[in-house]
Design a protein around this ligand. Structure first.
Ligand code: FAD
Length: 525
C-alpha cells in the first residue's frame, strides 16, 4: 500500500516504541513523516465538564484531512499498536468523550478553517448551502453566511461548538421542532474512517457511513467537511418569555406553540427554581421583569416555569409580526400579565449564551465542574420524570439552568446513529421532551464528595428514567459499561456494532465514549 510506505522509516518505529512503552507521553514534537505529533497539553486532557482528566500520549495538529488519513491508515494496519485516537473539536463534552488516555488527540481546530457559501441555484434543488471544515465553530459559520444574508436553519443554544462535535451527537435547540436537529440538516460529509479511508458521503452516496457518522459519537469516522443547507437570515428576532406556576399548563402551551410552525420559529422553556435562576436568565434577555415570585410558600419550595418562543422578523413583515404575537398570546395560558417581549438582532439571539458565558467568566464560574444530565423523555413520561427529578434537587442550592422543551419525532431520521426513546423510534409517540439539567458546581462550596454525590444521583435518575414506565434516553450520553451502552441503543445496538465493525474494526476511534475497547490483532497471521 502506498500510504504505508510513508511510514516505513525510522520515525514510524520511534512512534510505535513510544506509544507502546509504559511511559507513553511524547516529550518533544516528532515529525512523523509529514505529520506533526506534539507533546500533550492540559487542554487535550480535559473538557468543559472538568470531571475527567485523561492525558493522551500526543496531540496531532493536522494541516489537511490527508494527515488524519495517514495516521489512521498507519494505526489500522500496524499489528502491535494499542493506540486509540480521538478527534477533539471545542472540547465541550462533559464526561471525557473527546479524550484519549495514552492515545492521540487530533486537534480539529488546527485544520485550516474553510467556510464556503454557495448561494442559490448551484444544486439541482436550488438550495443554498455552506461547506464548512469539521473543526469550524458554528459561530464562525454563522458570521460567514450572514455576510450574504443566509444562515443554517438548525442550531444549538451555544455556538462555540464545532460542526464535527455537534454532528457527532445531535445538535438541538429551539428550532429543532421545526427543522429537526442539526444531524437532520446535512447534505454531504467528508469523513476519514477508522481505517483511514477518505470518503465523501451523503444520503445517496456511501449512505451507510453518512448515517453512521450522524449522531455516531465519533465512533465511525472523523468529519472533515460538512455541507449544510442555508435559509434566508432574518434581520431581527421577536423573542417572548411567558411565566407559569403550573407544569401542565406550561407544557400544554409549549405543545401548542410547536403545533404552529408556520407562525413560530423557536420554542424552548426552563424551570425557574430560585431568584438566582430568574436573574441569570435575564443576562441575554433585555426586558424589565415585573415578575416577583415567592419561592417559598407555606414553608415549601415553589418552582415556576418559563416558556420561550421567538418569531423571525424581516423588515417588511413588522406589522405582520405584531399581529402574530398578539394572536399567539391570546391562545396561551401564562400567569396574568407575565408575558415579556424584546426584539434583538438575529446574531445576538443565536449567540445569547455567550453573554451568559461572559457573565459567568467574570464571576469565575465558567471554568468549574459541570455535572450535566441531558435526557430525551417521551411525552407520556414527562410529568413523572419531572416529579422524580425535582424530588432529588434542593432548589435553593442548585446553580445553572434546567431546560425543558418539546421536540417532534418526525423531524428525526431513524437511519442516523443517535438513540432516541423507544416510543419515539417506533412512532408510538410523536412528542418527546428534552430535559437539560445544566448544573455548575462552585468547587469552593461543593468539593469532591459533594460532586460525586451529584454524579451518583444523576446516574440513579438516568437509570430509573430509562425503565419502561418513563422510557427516557440520555442525550450526550455517558455510560459505565458496555451493557449500559447496549441498553442505551436498544434495538439500534446491532446496527451500531455492525457499523463499528465495518468502519473502525480495530476500535481506534473515540475511546473516551467508553463503548468499544481497543482491538489488537496481529495482521501478519
Ligand atoms: P468535543 O467535545 O470536542 O467532541 C465530542 C465528541 O465528538 C467526541 O467523541 C469527539 O471525539 C467527537 N468529535 C469531535 N469532532 C469530531 C469530528 N470532526 N468528527 C468526528 N467526531 C468528532 N448540545 C446541543 O445539542 N444543544 C445545545 O444547545 C448545546 N448547548 C451546549 C452549551 C454548552 C455551554 C456546552 C458546553 C455544550 C452544549 N451542547 C449542546 C453539547 C455539545 O453539542 C456537545 O458537547 C458537542 O460534542 C460539543 O462539540 P465540541 O466541538 O466541543 O465536541
Amino acid at each position: 500500500m502506498e500510504i504505508n510506505l510513508l511510514y516505513s522509516g525510522v520515525n514510524a518505529l520511534i512512534l510505535l516504541l513510544i506509544l507502546s512503552s509504559p511511559y507513553k507521553i511524547i516529550q518533544k514534537p516528532i515529525d512523523f513523516g509529514s505529520l506533526n505529533l506534539l507533546p500533550t497539553t492540559d487542554t487535550a486532557s480535559t473538557d468543559f465538564g472538568r470531571l475527567q482528566f485523561n492525558p493522551p500520549a500526543s496531540v496531532l495538529k493536522p494541516k489537511t484531512p490527508e494527515d488524519i488519513s495517514l495516521l489512521l491508515s498507519f494505526l489500522s494496519s500496524s499489528s502491535f499498536s494499542q493506540v486509540s485516537v480521538s478527534a477533539r473539536g471545542a472540547g465541550h463534552s462533559i464526561h471525557g468523550q473527546a479524550q484519549a488516555l495514552d492515545g492521540i488527540v487530533i486537534d480539529m481546530g488546527s485544520l485550516p478553517l474553510e467556510i464556503k457559501v454557495h448561494k442559490n441555484g448551484e444544486m439541482e434543488s436550488g438550495l443554498s448551502y455552506v461547506d464548512a471544515s469539521g473543526g469550524a465553530l458554528w459561530i464562525e459559520v454563522l458570521k460567514e453566511t450572514m455576510k450574504v444574508g443566509l444562515a443554517p436553519r438548525s442550531w444549538t443554544d451555544y455556538l462555540y461548538l464545532t460542526i464535527g462535535g455537534t454532528l457527532s451527537n445531535g445538535g438541538i435547540s429551539g428550532q429543532t421542532f421545526k427543522h429537526g436537529p442539526q444531524i437532520a440538516n446535512v447534505l454531504e460529509l467528508d469523513v476519514v474512517t477508522g481505517k483511514g479511508e477518505m470518503v465523501t458521503c451523503s444520503p445517496t452516496k456511501s449512505s451507510e457511513l453518512f448515517y453512521a457518522v450522524l449522531g455516531g459519537l465519533g465512533q465511525f469516522g472523523i468529519i472533515t467537511r460538512a455541507r449544510i443547507p442555508l435559509q434566508q437570515a432574518p434581520k431581527k428576532v421577536r423573542w417572548q418569555r411567558a411565566f407559569y406556576d403550573d407544569f401542565e399548563t406550561f407544557t400544554k402551551d409549549q405543545e401548542l406553540l410547536i403545533s404552529i410552525p408556520e407562525l413560530v420559529d423557536y420554542v424552548e422553556g426552563f424551570v425557574v427554581l430560585n431568584e438566582q435562576s430568574l436573574h441569570s436568565s435575564l443576562v441575554a434577555f433585555p426586558a424589565h421583569l415585573e415578575f416577583k415570585p415567592e419561592f417559598v410558600r407555606n414553608g415549601r419550595f415553589k418552582v415556576y416555569y418559563c416558556v420561550e418562543f421567538a418569531i423571525h422578523v424581516n423588515q417588511v413583515e413588522i406589522i405582520h409580526v405584531e399581529k402574530v404575537v398578539k394572536e399567539i398570546s391570546r391562545m396561551l395560558s401564562y400567569m396574568q400579565s407575565h408575558l415579556y417581549s424584546v426584539e434583538v438582532s438575529y446574531l445576538d439571539f443565536l449567540n445569547r449564551v455567550s453573554m451568559e458565558e461572559e457573565s459567568l467568566r467574570s464571576k469565575g464560574l465558567w471554568e468549574v465542574p459541570h455535572p450535566w444530565l441531558n435526557m430525551f423523555v417521551p411525552r407520556s413520561g414527562i410529568k413523572k420524570f419531572m416529579n422524580f427529578l425535582m424530588e432529588s434537587l434542593s432548589p435553593n442550592e442548585f446553580e445553572g439552568p434546567i431546560l425543558v422543551y418539546p421536540l417532534l419525532s418526525d423531524k428525526w431520521n431513524t437511519n442516523a446513529s443517535i438513540a432516541l426513546p423507544r416510543a419515539i423510534e417506533t412512532g408510538k409517540e410523536r412528542v418527546m421532551y428534552v430535559v437539560g439539567v445544566l448544573r455548575s458546581v462552585n468547587p469552593t462550596v461543593c468539593k469532591m464528595d459533594c460532586l460525586n454525590q451529584i454524579l451518583h444521583e444523576h446516574h440513579q435518575i438516568a437509570q430509573a428514567a430509562s425503565r419502561p414506565h418513563i422510557g427516557a434516553r440520555q442525550y450526550l450520553a455517558h455510560h459505565r459499561s458496555r451493557n449500559d451502552w447496549h441498553e442505551h441503543f436498544d434495538s439500534k445496538w446491532t446496527r451500531f456494532a455492525e457499523r463499528k465493525a465495518q468502519f473502525d474494526p480495530l476500535h481506534i476511534l473515540a475511546p473516551g465514549q467508553g463503548i468499544f475497547p481497543r482491538v489488537t490483532v496481529d495482521l501478519q497471521e
